[in-house]
Design a protein around this ligand. Sequence first.
Ligand code: UDP
Length: 411
Amino acid sequence: MLQPVGVGHKSLADYTHLVGGGLVDEIRRLAEPLQGLKVLHLSATAFGGGVSEILYTLIPLMRDVGIEVEWDVVIGREEFFNATKLMHNALQGNPLDLSPSEWKVYEDYNEMNAREMSSGWDVAICHDPQPALMRSHVADKARSWVWRCHIDLSQPHPPTIDRLVPVLREYDATLFHLQQYVPAAFDGVPNVNICPPAIDPLSPKNMALSPEDAAFVVDQFGIDVDRPLMCQVSRFDPWKDPIGVIDAYRKVTEDMPEVQLALVGSMATDDPEGWEFFNSTVEHAQGDPDIHILNNMNNVGAIEVNAFQSQADVLVQKSTREGFGLTVSEALWKARPFIGGDVGGIPLQVQDGETGFLVSSPEQCAERSLEILREPGLGKFLGRRGKEHVRRNFLTPRLLRDWLRIFTDLS
Ligand code: UDP
């Protein structure tokens, strides 16, 4: 059986003061003819990573405006998630395709999940490649099928993307964060949408936290709140480059030995590599007591992530590939100085020198960190502008509006 996911209740009206009445009115107008539309989201996990983060907000808001939405997580054993993680890496550019037996595992689980899927949907939305083959087995279970890509597809390993493209071309609509992620072989495919994701400003992770409360929470993890803190929040994944962040921090401490580093990273249930890479990161820290490596097993939940993001003097997302990077908008929303890798969806959120800094190496990251740490006024300037950029472009009501437009096109 596919696993249904329960989500809480949210009300669009609560967002009006943040995004403005114009957008809220537009959403209500678009939703009017879509009342009762039956929409199913299919994804690989309900915990950890950006997809689940988005759905926990988007689905309650879709329901609030009258759409009948469900969310099912596909079933898979370790062999399936091993295969899909390899696929994820290959699609983001790692030159290693799945073996024939791994492709077979991927196909078999998709077929099994397709059989288990309920029918009668107006729209079925498959998130990322994990459930992408389900459509080819049971196209008639939904009137329209949408594939939503959350990853950086700018330089995919050719054998892997070539095998998926014929399946993806059959979808009634596709969504990518950026134009450069649309595969070249999509030429002529109709209904390709460019639509970046968004964060929920009212979730416990992003709601306003006083500096005192943030310091109180962070202090409990052994951070000295009277000393400067650099922080990266992300899964333990090589593309997120926590190793590079440690290298940047080391350079910073040559000039400012009082600086501390926190690497906060949850372990997603669909990410078998996570623990192995977590251990290599710990090893790279070489027991430095000022490097704090935390994960959800240390009870780091949404409020704690919020506290770290609100407290840090420099927030980093030094990815070397990044589909979008919700952590970037989350950081900017807290009006904190931010440094991000100049890749994927990060430059969409960070205008270099305006709303944060973009870097391409640990050395550059260290230089920019020192600039910010030495000149608090600069950090404040960047942080304020970053927050406005997110308010205008990357809050969930805008994403809801984009989805309603797509549903309108489909019906
Ligand atoms: N996240 C979290 N706890 C952690 C690490 C990450 O809650 O310890 C969240 C993070 O705040 C963000 C999401 O997981 O909301 C990660 O999304 P992003 O798009 O940055 O990266 P992805 O993991 O999807 O590649």
